[in-house]
Design a protein. Structure first.
Length: 158
């Protein structure tokens, strides 16, 4: 059986701030932006009749790599008091192929993003035995979701 993960949807506190972050830091664009009312059947959050707003952000690929931003409007969904500062069980780690990791870092700093790792170079041997050399930055989005943004600098033989 073949499967394709098309989208991950994240619950956010402030959809406008999140949208700005995904546009400016990751270079994504809005694919869909709409209000909807929950049915109470499919999503394991909220209840039937809750009013929400969903913005789906799209990366470069037209089929995969989308991120949904979902905010409860009425009633508001209570948010945790503290935004996560580390990754643990139940927390995703998003790995992004960045066109310009330094530009992502600069945009993130401008937006007051919590930076976990400033831009640094590193390398890893891939599944094909070749070595990928990266410039990377690790960040938390406004709601504490963790992103590793990797720019491929070069690929060499091992």
């Amino acid at each position: 059986m073949a499967s394709i993960v098309k989208r991950t949807t994240l619950i956010v506190r402030d959809i406008a701030a999140s949208r700005r972050w995904y546009e400016q830091v990751l270079g994504m664009s809005v694919w869909m932006d709409t209000d909807f009312t929950l049915s109470g059947k499919r999503l394991a959050a909220g209840k039937a009749g809750d009013k929400t707003h969903l913005t789906i952000m799209q990366a470069d690929d037209p089929k995969i790599g989308m991120i949904g931003l979902l905010q409860w409007i009425d009633p508001p969904l209570p948010a945790p008091d503290e935004i996560p500062t580390q990754v643990g069980f139940g927390n995703p780690v998003f790995v992004v192929e960045a066109e310009d990791a330094l530009a992502s870092y600069e945009a993130a700093k401008t937006l007051g993003t919590r930076v976990h790792t400033e831009p640094c170079e590193w390398s890893v041997t891939g599944h094909d035995g070749r070595v990928k050399h990266f410039l990377s930055v690790s960040l938390f989005d406004p709601d504490g979701y963790f992103f590793e943004c990797n720019q491929v600098l070069k690929i060499t033989d091992a």
